[in-house]
Structures are given as C-alpha cells and as structure tokens.
Design a protein around this ligand. Structure first.
Ligand SMILES: [Fe+2]
Length: 232
C-alpha cells in the first residue's frame, strides 16, 4: 500500500522530532502493510519553507536507516504545500517538491475558514504548469456547504482529493465518518492517506479506514484508494 500523506521526516515540522521516532513510525507503517510513503512536510505557513535539497537529504537518511533495519518500506520526497497566491511562482522557482516523476503530484493544503476566493484559480494555474494538485484531507473542507462546493469544483477541474484514514474509519466522530462515506459515494475521494505525525498522534495506519466501508467494499478499498498511477 501507498501512503501519500505522512509527516515522517524528523525535525522539520510537527512530525517526528528525532530519527528514532521516524523509524518507530516506519515500523508501524510496515506492520500495517504500507510499503511506500510519500514524506510530506509542511511547506509554507507556520513551519517555513524547507528547501527541496534538505527534504531529499532527509528522505535519503530515513531510507538508509530503514534499510539498515531491514524494513521493506520506501520513502519518497514530497511536501504538503499551503495554498497561497504565491504557490505557482514558488513552483516555477523550483521550491516545491512534487512526486510521481513526470506526473508531478503536489499535495496542497487549502485554508478552511474562509476558503480563499483564489483557491480554484491557483489550483488551475498549477495544472496548467503540469502539476497535478491533490487536496489534503478534503473532508475538513467539506464540512461546510461552501467547502463542499469548493471540493466539487476542484474535482470537476481535474483535481484529486485525499481523505484521512482515521476520519473515514470513524475516529474523528460519526458525523465526519458519514461525511466521508458520502464523499466516497459521490466520487469526491480519490486517495486515502494517514496524515501521520508521530507513532502516537495519528500513527501511520491505513487499515483503520476499513471500518468506514461497507463489508462488500472492504476487500477492494485499500487497493483502490491507497495506490496512485505513476508510483510503484
Ligand atoms: Fe498533513
């Protein structure tokens, strides 16, 4: 399985603070059946803008330590980019780490209250530049009528939406689970990811989402929502 949203790099943001903590997360992920993780440290917003070289160097170090421990998990470089008006110019300047090779997937975090009027325009600009935006934890936006409308338009525009595994599984409450289930039915969820931050706080476990799926869908849900074209 693939987890496209995980704060796994040590010392960069509100994810793990040490390499040991990052490795503990990798062990949890491995036990859950996750084999590929996209490291998505926050980019912009309160954690600053980690340079791509630093992100890639940390990814390499985590992978080396994972190999030392015999953990069959590969970490790829990415980021969770906070959407603001400057995002396209930052992408143009090579400041953002996309993943999926030529597909240039970019996980974006859209502010919720209020959703900026320019959010759709910015995501459209990214697509024109050849970047495929993936909306992080879309369910958080969809809790309001305006947010749900935004998510629908974002998808109509060709954007992909990621939902958090724990929200689908019901760990954030029944209301959120029902909302996620409706989004899945309506085709507003394309990917499920953990958005893990530590071994304890929202750990990297994808299978918790299965509780949110009706039994007939459980066999296929992980294969369908925890994989992405262009990533092996
Ligand atoms: Fe995140």
């Amino acid at each position: 399985m693939l987890d496209i949203h995980c704060h796994i790099l040590p010392g960069l943001d509100d994810g793990p603070q040490t390499m040991d903590e990052a490795l503990a997360m990798l062990r949890i992920a491995e036990a859950d059946g996750i084999r590929t993780i996209v490291a998505t440290p926050h980019f912009a917003g309160r954690f600053g803008e980690p340079p791509p070289d630093l992100i890639r160097a940390l990814v390499q170090r985590v992978n080396e330590r994972a190999a030392d421990e015999g953990l069959p998990v590969t970490v790829l470089a990415g980021c969770e980019a906070y959407l603001d008006l400057e995002l396209p110019s930052k992408a143009e300047a090579g400041k953002l780490v996309t993943f999926g090779g030529e597909r240039h997937y970019l996980l974006i975090e859209v502010p919720t209250e209020p959703i900026p009027l320019y959010a759709l325009e910015v995501s459209f600009q990214l697509r024109v530049m050849g970047i495929q935006p993936i909306l992080a934890h879309g369910e958080r936006l969809a809790v309001t009528e305006a947010g749900l409308t935004f998510v629908r338009r974002f998808v109509e525009q060709g954007g992909l939406v990621q939902a958090n595994a724990d929200a689908i599984g019901g760990q954030v409450g029944r209301r959120m689970r029902r909302l996620c289930q409706q989004m899945v039915k309506d085709g507003l969820v394309h990917l499920i990811a953990t958005d893990a931050h530590s071994p304890a706080y929202r750990p990297p476990i994808l299978t918790v989402c299965l509780r949110g799926f009706p039994k007939p869908m459980r066999d296929t849900a992980l294969g369908k929502y925890c994989s992405l074209e262009g990533i092996t």
